[in-house]
Structures are given as structure tokens and as C-alpha cells.
Design a binder for this molecule. Structure first.
Ligand code: MN
Length: 738
């Protein structure tokens, strides 16, 4: 190593990365590998090698989160680990929030491209920290610890771990903020910073870092958790090389990624039909009345059109051509966020079995159009909650792929979407009484990871059990959230009726929580979810989208008296038009028809109510088995009026047995009536087209819808051309004039 280059065969990392990229560009194969020779020569050794590394990563994650981690990480596993090649391509992953595997890859490539090898230098025992969305991260709250792995002076790979923090500093307490409008509101930024050497985190870094967040103890625990996992992975890799030899390792890592790419292509060929698939999805960003900052006071709807082209060779092209412009809000996405979202869904719906690595990333060509919410090109905007756009947007990918799966006959694999893991309750405060008086607490409840999943073409969707970013979703125990959200105490967590999207197979159902403020004064409180538009691209083949979100909070209540007099308090809002909150408490009750709450101040005995989302449905609800509908009534998933109006099922409640029973005769008649009603109300397509077109020409669209179309028409020539052709408008219709 006379020239101090740390790559293989006296090369620099930059030279290795250049070689990798040009070989891929020229051949379409990872490192131009023609033949999986290790696999062919000795498949057992090859598979054992992969399994042993995979096992090491899974066990590193399980151990690290129990060694040291914040409750959010420990309870529902908000962390993951990956092993990477010297060029920063992921080879093998742990379980957990896999959305962050490819993001760390981008961070490593950033270090290589920015010549970290010479300055600040990369040595055995060094520790790097990154949470900058411009270098591959999703948002500042996801913090990455990356270490190099050396063998006899050569960099043999990288280990990386990510945890999602309870707090990252920023404009308000919380973990996914809603009130940022620029980078400087997003919390502390670490741009691939060296923070340690000789396997030890530097004291000056830890002193600074702990002062940069509102939860220093959890920060320190999580830093130790990520580093300990990384070190366990490094040990496992060095053991592997002792056992199998360094030459085998070097060849193996490249073959396994090329195999990952090939598996993805084979799976696409097997499961999808070549062609062009499209889906439409929208998200409301109603900041006009809520935002404090003048520049942010605007109501917007994001257009999130998604197109997937499945090619005959099994490769995929994915494009958000036609997307709306970026905004002065938290929901802008950098490349890392987009690629993370894309990768984590592909690993769940197409390549969920074997060799899950960056091969899947390499098999997909993407288009995130510049100037849109998915590629703003301005690092000074806020990127604190890119989830606000990417979660609804990627339902489109699930739907497109579902059309392909259905066409090939994989009906049980169909999933038309999922609910939004929007942050139900967030914020923080300081205890004003009790043994922890004066201590700061943070409200970062992660029960949001239990959302409703969409129905498949053969069964109902999963109830309260899905998060798109973590294939191992778990809503956690209330007691754990109570541990660190001190001043916000649960009163109830119950099934919320009418959340699932209707269909022959209904979407997953969900629940709602009631909490009140205790032993704290003047707490910051906020939340976010869709509310004015349906989340994602709705149901499939006649299925409905799930219910939209809303929020309720009550201030200056008489809850203290209610407790003292042991009177009933609200534990649900089953029928919002005849609400228990209004009936049981006195106070100022606010019902919000959207679910965005910019930070407000709450005090002791104030109440909050936060329903989670169901999943979209599949098929015509009139085809749903009446017995299943009856079960839904008995489970509290639907109410009688909805069941009668949507499913055409008539049921009576047996007061003695306390259960619902179907009236078969009345049900048959009701279903016939609904079918007749549909026939009477239907119009020919031309009539519908004319009516909708008139809304555009006669100024029948709301300001935010007009702005949305205007942005899409002016950001994409292709999208504009198709829009104008479909509606029969002239070429300059709604064209920006300088
Ligand atoms: Mn995160």
C-alpha cells in the first residue's frame, strides 16, 4: 500500500466506483459479471455464505437494539443495518426499517465522490455520521452511523446502521415536523461527518450532538446502538474472510449483487406483463390558515402521477413525470427519500425472498423530474417530512404492480395501497409536577406503524398492522409510549368504525386513540395526515378508497371534575355527527376536517382524539359476502348505516345476545334497489366527459386544483400533451406566459 490508496489492487475508492459505474453502463450487469461462477461451481458454499452474512446482520440488529436504544427503536425496531461493497452498494440487509438501506449507499458514494479518502481520510476504526437528505438520507430524523471495514490495508466494505430519532432539534419538538419551511428549521444536520476513531465516538462530538437535540439521553443510547451493531457486522465479516478467504469474499459480494439484479428481472418477467402502467395519487397540504410563516400560507394539492413501464427483459422504468412543483413546506423529497421508498416497496411486493440488496435498485431506471416535489434541486428547502408526498405517491407503484400481478394470475399478491402512516400526535413539553418536574419529554408515538393495508383480490386487508417503510410493522404497547411521552396520557385505544375502504374484500380496518394532557403546562402539539383528499390512488376493480383523516381536540375542559366525580369521559368518536365528546365534556371542542395541525399549545386536561387510517378495498362492495359484512358489524369495523347504504346489507341488533343478525330477504331487496339506482344514475361516458370538461373551462375547479394542474402542465411537456389531448384543449391551454 505504498501509495496510501485504500481500494483493491492499489486503486482508490473513486477509481473503483468509476469502474463499477462504467461497467454497469456498458454491460447492464453489475461489474459486467457474465456468469455467477461461484454459485455455479459450489451452490451450497455460495448460499451458506449469503445466509451466514444475513444471519450476522439480523443478529447484530437484535443484539444492538437490546444493548442500548431509545424506546422508539427498542419497541418497534426503528432501525436497520446493511453491509456494503467498497463502492457503497448494499449486499445484504438486516430486518427492520429497510427504507434506509439504499439511502446509506448514497452516503457512502457521497464520501467516495467527495474524496474522503484523502481528506478527512478513511481508516480502520473511523466512525462517520450522516443525516443529510442531500447525501441520500430521507430526513434529518433518520441518523446513519457508517464504519469502514478493512482487511490487510484494503477497504473491504462498509457497515451501516440507521435509527429514527425521537427528536432531532428543529423548529419544534417531535420527530417528523410539520412547521419547517427551510433547511434551517429541519434540525441538526450532519453531512457524512467523521465523529470518531479507534472504534470510539469522540467526546467533543457527543458533547455537541447532545446539545443539538431535546432528548440527549436517547441520542446517546441510539449512537451506541448503531455503532455496536456496525462493530458486530465488522467482526462477522472478518470472521467470514478468515473462514472463506479474502478472494472468495471479494468475488462473492459482486456476484451476490448481480444475482440480486437478475432475481429482480426474473421475478418481474414471471409476475408482470410488459407494458405501460399508470396510477394517479394526490395529497393535500392545507397550510394557508395554519402556517405561521407568510411564505408557507398556501393551500396546495400535490399531483403524484406514477408511470411504470415493464420491459420485456424484466427491467422496470418508473417515472413521476407530471408531478407538482416543490413547496415551501416540509414535504419535499430528495433522491434518497424517493429511492428509499421505491426500494422498500419493491422488496415487499416483488423480491421478498432471496438476495434482497442493491441489485433490485440497479434493475430499475427512474425519473424524478427536476423542479417537482420529488426533485426540487434546492438544498435550502425543508426536507423534514418527505413522507407527506412519498407515502401517498408510492401507493401508485403498488397499484401498477398489482395490475400486472392480477393479469398474470397472482391474485393473492394484489395490494392496491395502504393507509398513510401520518403522525397522529407529536410535540413535547416539560413536566410541571410529579417526580420528574422540570424534565423535558417528547411526544413521538410510533403506533402510526400500525395502519390498514389494502385488500387483495382474494381476501380483506390486514387490520392495524402495516407501515410501508418497515416490513415488520408493529404498533407497540401503549405503556412504552407512556415511558417517554410523559405528559400525554392515553384514555382509550379502540376500533374506529368505517375506516376501511369498501369492497368485495374490504381494506384493513383501524383504530383511534384518546389522550389527555397531564402534569405539564403549555405543551407543543401537532399532527399530520391527509384529510381533504383520499390517500393514495384508492381501491381497485370497483373497491373504494379508505376514509380520509380528521382530528379533534378539546381545550379548557372539565375533565378534572369528571375524574373527581368519576363520571364517564369520551373514549371514542364512533359517530362524529352525534359525538360523545360534545355529550360528555364541557370545553372548546375543535373538529378539523383535515388532519394537519400546525403546532398549537395545549394544557393540563385538554383532550386529543386521533383516528388512524384503514386500507383501500377491492371489488364491488355489493359482491361482499353478507356474512362477512355481519362480522364487520359485530367487530365494530362498520356501522349499520354504512352497511346498508354501501353494502346493501340489512341487519338487526339482537339486544339480548348483543350481536348483529342479517335479514336475508331485506338484504336481497336492498342490493337489487342499489343496482337499479346505479342504472338510473349512470350516464354515458360522453356526458361524463363533457360535464368534467366544463368544470375546467367554466372555472369550476378550486384554486388549489387549478394551481396543481397549472404546475403539472408547465413542468412536463408529455403530461401536458396527454392532458390537453384527452380533454381536447388547444396546445397553449393553461400555458405559462412570461
Ligand atoms: Mn424517519
Amino acid at each position: 500500500m505504498s501509495n496510501n490508496k485504500i481500494g483493491w489492487n492499489d486503486k482508490s475508492l473513486k477509481e473503483m466506483l468509476d469502474e463499477s459505474e462504467s461497467l454497469f453502463k456498458d454491460t447492464g450487469r453489475y461489474f459486467g459479471i457474465e456468469k455467477l461462477s461461484l454459485k455455479e461451481e459450489d451452490p451450497f458454499r455460495y448460499e451458506r455464505a449469503y445466509a451466514s452474512l444475513r444471519g450476522a446482520l439480523v443478529s447484530a440488529r437484535e443484539t444492538a437494539l437490546h444493548v442500548a436504544a431509545s424506546p422508539i427503536v427498542k419497541e418497534i425496531g426503528e432501525l436497520c443495518f446493511g453491509l456494503y461493497t467498497p463502492e457503497g452498494d448494499s449486499l445484504v440487509v438486516s430486518t427492520g426499517i429497510l427504507v434506509h438501506i439504499h439511502t446509506m449507499s448514497e452516503a457512502m458514494k457521497f464520501m467516495i465522490k467527495n474524496n474522503y479518502e484523502e481528506d478527512p481520510t478513511i481508516n480502520h476504526g473511523d466512525i462517520f455520521l450522516n443525516n443529510d437528505p442531500e447525501c441520500g438520507n430521507v430526513h434529518t430524523t433518520d441518523v446513519q452511523t457508517i464504519i469502514p471495514i478493512f482487511w490487510e490495508g484494503e477497504l473491504i466494505g462498509w457497515a451501516g446502521g440507521v435509527t429514527h430519532q425521537i427528536d432531532i432539534g428543529g423548529i419544534s419538538p417531535g420527530h417528523t415536523l410539520v412547521s419547517c419551511v427551510q433547511r434551517f428549521d429541519d434540525g441538526v444536520y450532519y453531512t457524512c461527518l467523521k465523529i470518531g476513531s479507534n472504534d470510539k465516538i469522540w467526546n467533543d462530538h457527543m458533547q455537541t450532538a447532545k446539545r443539538s437535540v431535546r432528548t440527549p439521553m436517547y441520542w446517546e443510547l441510539d449512537e451506541k446502538c448503531r455503532l455496536s451493531g456496525d462493530l458486530m457486522i465488522r467482526d462477522a465479516v472478518l470472521d467470514f474472510i478468515e473462514r472463506e478467504g479474502v478472494d472468495y469474499y471479494k468475488k462473492f459480494v459482486r456476484e451476490a449483487i448481480e444475482e440480486g439484479r437478475q432475481i429482480m428481472q426474473l421475478r418481474v418477467k414471471e409476475r408482470l406483463i410488459p407494458g405501460r402502467y399508470r396510477a394517479a395519487s394526490f395529497m393535500d397540504l392545507p397550510f394557508k390558515d395554519e402556517a405561521w410563516q407568510p411564505i408557507a400560507k398556501v393551500n396546495r394539492i400535490s399531483n403524484q402521477p406514477l408511470e411504470i413501464i415493464v420491459r420485456e427483459d424484466g427491467s422496470i422504468y418508473l417515472s413521476f413525470d407530471g408531478a407538482s412543483k416543490w413547496g415551501h413546506n416540509v414535504a419535499n423529497c430528495m433522491k434518497g427519500a424517493m429511492e428509499g421508498g421505491q426500494w422498500v416497496l419493491l422488496t415487499q411486493i416483488l423480491i421478498y425472498r432471496d438476495k434482497v440488496n442493491d441489485g433490485a435498485y440497479l434493475a430499475v431506471e427512474t425519473n424524478y423530474p427536476p423542479g417537482t416535489w420529488c426533485n426540487p434541486g434546492d438544498p435550502y428547502l425543508s426536507y423534514q417530512a418527505p413522507w407527506g408526498n412519498l407515502i401517498p405517491a408510492y401507493t401508485g407503484m403498488m397499484k401498477c404492480i398489482s395490475y400486472g400481478l392480477f393479469s398474470r394470475g397472482f391474485r393473492e399478491e394484489v395490494v392496491p395501497g395502504y393507509s398513510f402512516t401520518g403522525d397522529a400526535i407529536q410535540g413535547g413539553g416539560i413536566y410541571s409536577a410529579g417526580p420528574l418536574k422540570g424534565e423535558r419529554w417528547s411526544l413521538s408515538t410510533f403506533e402510526i406503524s400500525g395502519q390498514g393495508l389494502g385488500a387483495s383480490a382474494v381476501r380483506d386487508g390486514l387490520n392495524h398492522g402495516y407501515a410501508m417503510w418497515n416490513p415488520e410493522a408493529d404498533l407497540g404497547d401503549v405503556e412504552t409510549w407512556d415511558l417517554f411521552q410523559g405528559g400525554v396520557v392515553y384514555l382509550a385505544r379502540r376500533i374506529k368504525p368505517n375506516t376501511p375502504g369498501h369492497g368485495k374484500f374490504r381494506g384493513g380496518a383501524n383504530y383511534a386513540g384518546v389522550a389527555f394532557i397531564a402534569n405539564s403546562k403549555q405543551i407543543d402539539f401537532f399532527g399530520a395526515r391527509e384529510g381533504m383528499v383520499f390517500h393514495g390512488c384508492g381501491g381497485m376493480h370497483g373497491g373504494y378508497p379508505q376514509a380520509t383523516g380528521y382530528r379533534l381536540y378539546a381545550k379548557n375542559t372539565n375533565l378534572k371534575d369528571i375524574f373527581q366525580q368519576q363520571k364517564p369521559y369520551p373514549i371514542s368518536d364512533d359517530d362524529p355527527s352525534d359525538g360523545d365528546f360534545e355529550k360528555l365534556i364541557e370545553g372548546e371542542i375543535t373538529r378539523k376536517h383535515n388532519a394537519l395541525i400546525y403546532p398549537i399549545m395545549l394544557d393540563n386536561y385538554d383532550l386529543i382524539y386521533f383516528p388512524m387510517g384503514g386500507g383501500p378495498g377491492y371489488g364491488d362492495p355489493l359482491e361482499r359476502d353478507p356474512e362477512s359484512v355481519n362480522q364487520d358489524l359485530n367487530d365494530g369495523y362498520y356501522t349499520e348505516d354504512i352497511v346498508s347504504n354501501v353494502y346493501g346489507v340489512v341487519a338487526q341488533f339482537d339486544d339480548e345476545k348483543e350481536e348483529w343478525n342479517i335479514d336475508q330477504e331485506a338484504t336481497k331487496k336492498r342490493r337489487d334497489d342499489i343496482l337499479n339506482e346505479r342504472k338510473q344514475k349512470s350516464v354515458p361516458f360522453e356526458e361524463f366527459w363533457n360535464r368534467e370538461r366544463k368544470k375546467i373551462t367554466d372555472d369550476g375547479l378550486s384554486e388549489q386544483v387549478k394551481t396543481m394542474y397549472f404546475e403539472s402542465l408547465n413542468l412536463s411537456e408529455n403530461w401536458a400533451k396527454e392532458f390537453r389531448e384527452f380533454w381536447d384543449f388547444p396546445d397553449d391551454f393553461l400555458k405559462e406566459v412570461d
